[in-house]
Design a binder for this molecule. Structure first.
Ligand code: SF4
Length: 434
């Protein structure tokens, strides 16, 4: 058997793609290794959402290029979103790379590997998604199985590279999704997370996300269902109602707001106003008890004024968003906003606004966590480790709060009942209720 090491950067969609690649490679004589030094095949699955992530990918393959000078037999693959975006150009920048594999061509891996093993350099970055075949998925050992239900995006937010790297939105057939869910549950996974750039626009011939949730909820056994990411204006009343009615669907919504200013939202080509976003949050909070709503925000979008930024800070505070991913605006090649160089804000302004967003985020998180002190909650255990001489398990509540609990036993994969003893900014502490 040959060994493959895959480094994965970016979102859960990329992690899910890596699991698919590992599944395919396992049928062609490759086993996964966590040690890049022993690998015959080194692959990086890249993310192009921010410059930082792209830089990280190039720095990593740079180090692999040096290793290849000592061992010419090593093969190097550059995959994922940056591969899709840069295509053949990558061979110029990194001549030691053997193959470039875009986001649409994962299922062509067997053929690519064969050609690479014969010494060919291969670039497979088609614009059209290759037809998926039925390969086993090598899931990372954990309690949570990620299942993509949609791929690509039609929204073309002016800052976002995804429609260019992942293509137009496609919904996977319900039968395939349900089959993957059944297999994951049979393997012992306790949580299914449905993935998509806009998970709530899932539509396979009139079969919508709410239908899929209902069918998944019928599967046997105790497990949880989550879905991310939601586009604000695609969340329907039916979806909220269905989510609250189904016992396995968790009380958790991830709904990126991006900005609290209507002018900035318009410039971002987001199809909702700050008021409409607030209404959706209010509706969810009213219908779903103990719900956690998380969001994403961009600081320093081109042309964003201090007043407009203040509107974002106020929205974050007033909507009591439980947690937010934050980032300073980073121009991405091909996107509309990247051309507005005359409106770019100085790095110093972006960094300072990002720091203020993070401060507000911290306050929101602590306030949100404090609501649960003294409560009894169900936790699905994800990890067991020793922290400063004490054995601890860590898991998540249904509403996605991380809880640390002292335990002498490894309870990974078990549902336990926990009393929350205190709240910290990023997590809760608890004790097992006997
Ligand atoms: S909705 Fe906008 S931000 Fe999200 S993936 Fe699509 S284009 Fe990107």
């Amino acid at each position: 058997m040959k060994q493959v090491y895959i480094e994965t950067l970016g979102c859960q969609m990329n992690k899910s793609d890596t699991e698919r690649m590992l599944g395919i490679l396992s049928h062609f004589g490759y086993t996964q290794t966590q040690d890049e030094k022993t690998a015959d095949l080194l692959m990086i699955n890249t993310c192009s959402i921010r410059q930082l992530s792209e830089d990280k990918a190039f720095s990593k393959i740079g180090s692999w290029g040096k290793r290849k000078k000592e061992n010419k037999n090593i093969k190097i693959g550059f995959c994922g979103c940056v591969a899709q975006q840069k295509s053949k150009e990558l061979f110029k920048r990194a001549p030691y790379v053997d193959f470039v594999l875009g986001t649409h061509a994962i299922y062509k891996l067997p053929e690519i590997i064969k050609r690479v093993e014969f010494g060919e350099k291969v670039c497979e970055c088609t614009e059209t998604p290759a037809a998926g075949q039925d390969f086993e998925i090598k899931r990372v050992k954990s309690v949570n199985a990620w299942i993509p239900i949609t791929e690509g995006c039609n929204n073309f937010c002016t800052y976002c590279i995804v429609p260019y790297t992942r293509g137009r939105e496609r919904s996977r057939p319900p039968g395939v999704i349900l089959k993957e869910a059944r297999e994951a549950l049979a393997q012992g996974f306790k949580e299914i997370t449905l993935l998509g750039q806009n998970v709530d626009s899932y539509c396979a011939q009139d079969y919508r996300l709410a239908d899929l949730l209902r069918d998944l909820n019928k599967l046997d056994g105790k497990f949880r269902i989550r879905f991310v990411t939601s586009y604000p204006s695609d969340i329907t009343d039916e979806l909220i109602k269905t989510a609250v009615e189904l016992d396995k669907v968790c009380e958790y919504f991830h709904i990126p707001m991006q900005s609290g200013s209507n002018e900035v939202l318009k410039a971002m080509n987001r199809r909702y106003t700050a008021e409409a976003y607030a209404e959706i949050c209010a509706k969810i909070r009213k219908t779903v008890p103990d719900v956690t709503i998380t969001s994403d925000f961009i600081a320093g979008f081109p042309g964003e004024t201090e007043e407009q930024f203040q509107e974002t800070l106020s929205a974050m505070e007033e909507l009591e968003l439980d947690y937010s991913n934050t980032a300073a605006y980073s121009p991405r090649e091909k996107t509309t906003a990247a051309k507005w160089t005359d409106r770019f804000l100085p790095e110093k302004v972006k960094t300072e606004r990002l720091a203020r967003l993070n401060e507000q985020n911290k306050k929101n998180c602590l306030k949100s966590n404090q609501k649960f002190t003294g409560r009894t909650m169900e936790v699905l255990v994800e990890n067991f480790y020793n922290h400063k001489g004490k054995n601890v398990v860590t898991g998540r509540t249904r509403n996605n709060k991380i809880v640390h609990i002292p335990s002498e036993t490894d309870l990974t994969g078990e549902f336990i009942t926990v009393k929350i003893t205190n709240a910290r900014t990023w997590y809760l502490n608890g004790e097992i209720k006997s």
